[in-house]
Design a protein around this ligand. Structure first.
Ligand code: DAH
Length: 344
């Protein structure tokens, strides 16, 4: 037994392990249930009584040394595994995401729509590819009206009796809403519109409009004026004044264009308002009875008002970015200027 103990001690000293699995195998080999040291403890029962004290001590020492050696090998294997692992600090925080921001046109559209929502208006949308009927005919445009001209309108299927075209204004959504919605109607219709224009600082072939429509019994021009005034004050500040100038649209009678007092110079006259103290913001009027009737609404019983404004136009007034092209080029340096304008 003495030799066996010495041999095991020598083997333990020479033991070479690399992985944790090697260490575990070694532990089982020496200290496991059927391990070499465990066996020696079983044999110890047969040792002569006078030798028990000496061997008992030796065996206990062997067991302790074996356990210590296995612990040492385990620590080495753990260290080796850590040295081989990737060196990055996995506790470092991740790369932050670059948060995007809303486009200035979206910011203004949302602001306008939110104001009208507060007044009790719903939001309606319609198709960008429309037909002549909804863009022109139902809105009381005469058959030979110049707006239908190829120079102004992009046609998808010209030559057809009711050609498809890219809508030139969101007034078409008025018609679709009157066709399907029950009265009273109170909606705003935001959307993209298309015109066959040469692109410049002041004109673009794509831009955005918001149409408004209110139809009920006893709606008057005074209601229209009040709605526009309240909107202008919400949008441009409580001091804002409005003025209405007579105008003409085929779908409203009477029609008006609305100016707001210039909020840069407070009406004194500056280069933004070209010295007039006023800025044009929208077109509006009382819905022409022909338009109500075309969509099946009794114009004797019901009346309504409508208005339409350009979103980029309002954005230009809000931020004095007076080149329309900036709103479509999506230059990140420009877009980032607006990143603090709304919560993301
Ligand atoms: N559709 C007109 C345009 O594109 C804007 C407009 C004017 C809409 C008067 C209206 C309105 O609803 O009543 O220029």
């Amino acid at each position: 037994m003495k030799e066996q103990i010495e041999q095991i001690l020598a083997e333990l000293g020479d033991l070479q392990t690399k992985t944790m699995k090697d260490v575990e195998d070694a532990r089982v080999r020496f200290l496991g249930k059927k391990g070499e040291i465990t066996k020696l403890f079983e044999e110890f029962r047969t040792v002569a009584p006078e030798m028990k004290k000496e061997f008992g001590k030796k065996l206990n020492e062997l067991k302790q040394q074996a356990a210590a050696r296995i612990e040492e090998l385990k620590a080495n294997a753990e260290q080796a595994a850590m040295d081989a692992a990737p060196k990055e600090d996995l506790t470092m925080p991740g790369e932050p995401y670059q948060l995007g921001s809303r486009h200035p046109v979206s910011i203004v559209r949302k602001e306008i729509v939110d104001i009208f929502r507060k007044f009790g208006y719903d939001v309606a949308e319609g198709p960008e590819i429309e037909d002549d009927y909804h863009v022109f005919e139902a809105l009381n445009f005469a058959p030979n009206h110049p707006a239908r001209d190829m120079q102004d309108t992009f046609f998808v299927s010209a030559g057809h009796p009711n050609p498809l075209l890219l809508r030139t204004h969101t007034s078409s959504v008025q018609v679709r809403t009157m066709e399907k919605q029950s009265l009273p109607i109170r909606v705003v219709c935001p959307g993209r519109v298309f015109r066959n224009e040469a692109i410049s600082a002041r004109a673009h072939c794509i831009f955005h409009q918001i149409e408004g429509l209110y139809v009920d019994e006893n709606v008057t021009f005074a209601d229209l004026k009040q709605a526009i005034l309240l909107f202008a004050r919400e949008m441009f500040g409580p001091e804002t004044k409005i003025r209405m100038r007579p105008s003409y649209f085929p779908f409203t009678e009477p029609s008006a264009e609305v100016d707001v007092s210039c909020n840069i110079c407070k009406g004194k006259g500056c280069n933004i308002c070209k010295g007039t103290g006023w800025l044009e913001i929208l077109g509006c009027g009382m819905v022409d009875p022909n338009v109500l009737e075309a969509s099946g609404i009794d114009s004797k019983k019901y009346s309504g008002f409508a208005f339409g404004m350009g979103v980029e136009r309002i954005a230009m007034l809000k931020w004095q970015v007076n080149d329309l092209r900036h709103y479509f080029e999506n230059d990140l340096r420009f877009l980032k200027e607006f990143s603090t304008c709304v919560e993301v």
